[in-house]
Design a protein around this ligand. Structure first.
Ligand code: PRT
Ligand code: ZN
Length: 286
């Protein structure tokens, strides 16, 4: 049997849906039986281990898994000897300091000598040290947000995404100390065979990520407006331009970024573009 790359992903939680979707977008098919700790892909030399996210850095460092997908916040907090290979763009969140809504807060100096509850003592400790602030860190594993209301701490430092947990616990976010998203990590010393599989996996991930936030656009342009329309539409190299059967008209194809999409469409219409079609891109190989 030929060698397989072992990838650790979160068994169930806020990373599992994104990790699963990414592997499937990369064309990797597997079945995750309920309660199963391991799956082997049918069509790619990879074995998937389903674990708690907190355990992934140590497993990757120790070589139990070769690579892993988890939040950058956990990677940095755990301080294991692993490296971040790819940023994956999902499970985005921030690590923030929050204080009771009624408390006055003018700046980080107000936290000097205060008690701060957190599950991220390393990240918070390094941040406070860099700011020259000495505070008392109180480690809690989970439900950090209730600490001020039960008199355990003056402030908290926890993961925030929508902010509704802080709000419903009477807290206000005053300082973001770290921004996080899911990342692909690897340990050291992969065999040449596993390294080659990892290179293929990274190539696929990069192709999927490149296609995210981009659309393929096709439109018809009258000859006298072609230059104006092309100047609105820079392609990967340059847009494809093909004459239509109707004289004086061209078909133009290009790739457009999602965040400038609507303003570009408006400019194209004003410039005389017609029959504009926009289609999703599955993968983008450069
Ligand atoms: O069981 P296991 O140990 O594997 O999972 P877990 O419970 O430790 O982690 P999980 O699934 O909650 O989160 C996994 C990762 O998802 C985190 O390490 C972050 O990288 C990322 N992530 C993204 C989040 C959130 N968003 C998030 N909102 N992790 C936690 N939260 C929690 C936060 O702790 C707080 O309780 O959600 C609450 C805040 O959410 P809002 O929307 O109310 O602000
Ligand atoms: Zn966890």
């Amino acid at each position: 049997m030929s060698d397989k790359l072992r990838i650790a992903v979160q068994k169930s939680g806020r990373l599992s849906e994104g990790s699963d979707a990414l592997l499937r977008e990369c064309g990797i098919q597997f079945q995750q039986g309920k309660g199963k700790l391991k799956a082997v892909a049918h069509n790619f030399p990879i074995e998937i281990l389903f674990l708690r996210d907190d355990d992934i850095p140590a497993y990757v460092q120790d070589g139990v898994a070769d690579v892993g997908i988890l939040g950058e916040n956990v990677v940095v907090e755990k301080q294991q000897s692993v490296q971040i290979l790819e940023r994956l763009g999902f499970s985005k969140c921030r690590l923030s300091i929050a204080v009771p809504r009624g408390a006055t807060y003018h700046g980080i100096a107000d936290l000097s000598g205060k008690k701060i509850a957190t599950s991220y003592p390393h990240l918070l400790g390094s941040y406070l040290e860099a700011q020259g602030i000495t505070a008392k860190l109180h480690f809690i594993n989970g439900s950090v947000e209730i600490a001020p209301s039960i008199g355990l701490a003056d402030a908290v430092c926890d993961i925030v995404s929508s902010g509704s947990t802080l709000l419903s616990n009477g807290l206000k976010e005053v300082q973001t100390i770290f921004k996080s998203e899911a990342v692909l990590i690897a340990g050291n010393g992969l065999s040449a065979e596993r390294q080659a599989i990892l290179d293929q996996l990274r190539f696929r991930i990069q192709s999927v990520r490149r296609a995210e936030g981009r659309k393929y656009i096709l439109l018809n342009a009258p000859e006298d407006q072609l230059d104006t329309i092309l100047s609105i539409l820079p392609g990967l190299k340059s847009p494809t331009v093909m004459p239509l059967a109707t004289k004086g008209w061209y078909s133009v194809h290009s790739v457009i970024e999602e965040d400038v999409f609507w303003e570009k469409i408006a400019a194209l219409r004003t410039a005389g573009a017609e029959g504009i079609l926009v289609v999703p891109i599955g993968k983008m190989i450069i």
